[in-house]
Design a protein around this ligand. Sequence first.
Ligand code: G4P
Length: 297
Amino acid sequence: MAIQWFPGHMTRAKRQIQEKLKLIDIVIELLDARVPISSRNPMIDEILSGKPRLIILNKSDLADPRMNEQWKQYFEHEGHTCAIVDSNTGTGINQISVLTKEILKEKIDRQIAKGMRPRPARSLIVGIPNVGKSTLINRLAGRNVAITGDKPGVTKGQQWIKTGGDLELLDTPGILWPKFEDQMVGYRLAITGAIREQILNMDDIGYYAVKILVERYWDTLAERFGLTEPPTDLENNLEIVRIMEEIGRKRGCLISGGEVDLEKTAGIILRELRAGKLGRITLEAPYDDMPVREVKQ
Ligand code: G4P
């Protein structure tokens, strides 16, 4: 991750967001649709302390469309409003101002009842690094906005960015940290590219990527890398390593003695996965009992 999150940084980031909450009507919480839980801040409810919120599943163009819908339902079930968005192309961003108005309807109605003309809703975008905050701000603004506040601790005069609709944005998004205590969160974020690979072992990131792909997207994986032998036991780590080795051999990742270079293999798998060459992939499911795709025998 671009930022090293030490306890002091977290406290400061939390305080900065809480300062900004006083200025705004609604929070736009950005999650990565491929890893909606791993890209979520573990203290988000506490930090936002009841402020109206819209959850955005961003990078939805890279995620499994079926899973995007499941995740949307999951968050709705939790009592949130949720939108599926691709900030790169702007797909889905029109919903943001519409849903914001719906969420703030009572407040807006009260203003109208008092004879006041409702002003545009003021919002703050929050999310972990790399989730797409700046991209979304630029999309909503319709131009490139100079966004600062890249690091916790950077403050400057707040500016309101007009979006052309009934929504204004604070120009400095709130930067949050993910749940580092959970090792799998780290690996899933590393698979998406949100965490720098150097922090974790490349072979391990590749291993977990293959494990998830084998469990959820075996057909896609097999087709991409020409794999012929499906795993017989998903719980057996050696089976995952065997598949990684098969991929490595297919791609000529060999070291002297004919052994497979697992690090190089992991690099290829991750590059192709992130570039969407394996199609749209979601790495985590909302419910533990989500059916894992059938493994062909
Ligand atoms: P941040 O402010 O939250 O840190 O994230 P930022 O907007 O900088 O976006 C991080 C990367 O994610 C950018 O790629 C951006 O183009 C990409 N991105 C943002 N939203 C979407 C989306 O909806 N779909 C897709 N496919 N990509 C999205 P980048 O400039 O190439 O940076 P990097 O990937 O090299 O770090």
